[in-house]
Design a binder for this molecule. Structure first.
Ligand code: SF4
Length: 254
C-alpha cells in the first residue's frame, strides 16, 4: 500500500456505523425494509455493531453482506472527524452523513487506481500513479472540502486511465478477449465459457451460470454478479474484482 493511501479494507470496529445510518435503503430482495439517508437502521446497536450480523441473509438483509466501504467508514470516523461520532455529538450528523458517500466513492476509486498502478505497463505507470495520488490526496480533505468534491468529475477523470491500463494488460494475455462491456447476460448459460481477458466492464451477470468458466485476466469493473454461479470458475488475475462482487455470487468458498 502506498504511503499516502488510507487503508482500503473495512475495519467496522473503528467506524461509527456510518453505512447503517448515512445511506438510504429501498425495500427489495437485498433489504428487508426501507429507510431514508441519515436515519439509523433499526438493527444498529448502541455500540455501532449490527444486532443481527450472524443472520443477515436469512433475515432478508443480503445487501448488507455484500456491501464494502473500502475503508471509508473508519477513515471518516477516525481521521476526518478525529474519532468523534454522530451519536455523542448530534451536531456532527449532517456533516458526517454528507461527507460519507463522497468518501465512499473516493475509496472505491482509489482501490481501482491502486490496482491499476500496480499492474500498469511501464509506459502507462506515470499517468496511472498520478491519477492514484490525486485521489489519495482528496481522501485526506476536511469535512467541508470533502463534501464539495465532484465525484462524477473524478470518476470521469480516472476512467480513461483505468480503461487504458485494462486494455494494455489484457492485450498481453492469451485468450479470445471478447468485448462484452455492459452486456446484458442476465441468467445466461456461460458454463465453461472461455472468457479469458474479456471486457466485462459493467456487464449484467445476475444469476448467470459461470460454472467452470475461464475468466483469467478479464476486466470485471462494476459487473453485477448477484446470484451468479462462479463455482469452479477460474478468476486468477481478474482485473478490478471487488470483494463485494464475489460475496454476491455463489462460489466454492465456504
Ligand atoms: S441490518 Fe445490520 S448491517 Fe444492515 S444496515 Fe442494519 S445494522 Fe447495518
Amino acid at each position: 500500500m502506498p504511503a499516502d493511501s488510507p487503508p482500503l479494507t473495512p475495519d467496522c470496529g473503528s467506524c461509527a456505523g456510518l453505512c447503517c445510518v448515512a445511506l438510504p435503503f429501498a425495500k427489495s430482495a437485498d433489504f428487508a425494509a426501507s429507510k431514508p439517508a441519515g436515519t439509523p437502521c433499526a438493527h444498529l446497536a448502541d455500540d455501532f455493531r449490527c444486532a443481527i450480523h450472524e443472520r443477515l441473509r436469512p433475515s432478508g438483509w443480503s445487501g448488507c453482506t455484500v456491501f464494502d466501504c473500502h475503508g471509508a467508514g473508519q477513515h471518516l470516523t477516525q481521521h476526518t472527524f478525529g474519532g468523534r461520532d454522530w451519536r455523542s455529538e448530534p451536531a456532527l450528523r449532517a456533516p458526517m452523513f454528507r461527507a460519507f458517500p463522497v468518501l465512499l466513492h473516493l475509496h472505491e476509486l482509489l482501490r481501482y487506481l491502486t490496482e491499476a498502478a500496480e499492474r500498469a505497463p511501464r509506459r502507462l505507470y506515470e499517468d496511472t500513479e498520478a491519477a492514484r495520488a490525486r485521489v489519495a490526496a482528496l481522501t485526506a480533505y476536511d469535512p467541508d472540502a470533502l463534501a464539495a468534491v465532484d465525484v462524477s468529475a473524478e470518476r470521469a477523470r480516472a476512467n480513461p486511465v483505468l480503461t487504458r491500463v485494462s486494455k494494455a494488460v489484457r492485450a498481453t494475455l492469451p485468450g479470445p478477449r471478447p468485448d462484452r462491456r455492459g452486456a446484458d447476460l442476465l441468467g445466461a448459460r456461460l458454463r465453461d465459457a472461455d472468457l479469458r481477458a474479456a471486457n466485462l466492464r459493467g456487464a449484467l451477470l445476475i444469476g448467470t451460470d459461470l460454472r467452470g468458466a475461464d475468466l483469467r485476466g478479464a476486466d470485471v469493473t462494476g459487473a453485477d454478479f448477484r446470484g451468479a454461479d462462479l463455482r469452479g470458475a477460474d478468476v486468477r488475475g481478474v482485473l478490478f474484482l471487488l470483494p463485494g462482487q464475489l460475496r454476491a455470487a455463489r462460489t466454492d468458498r465456504p
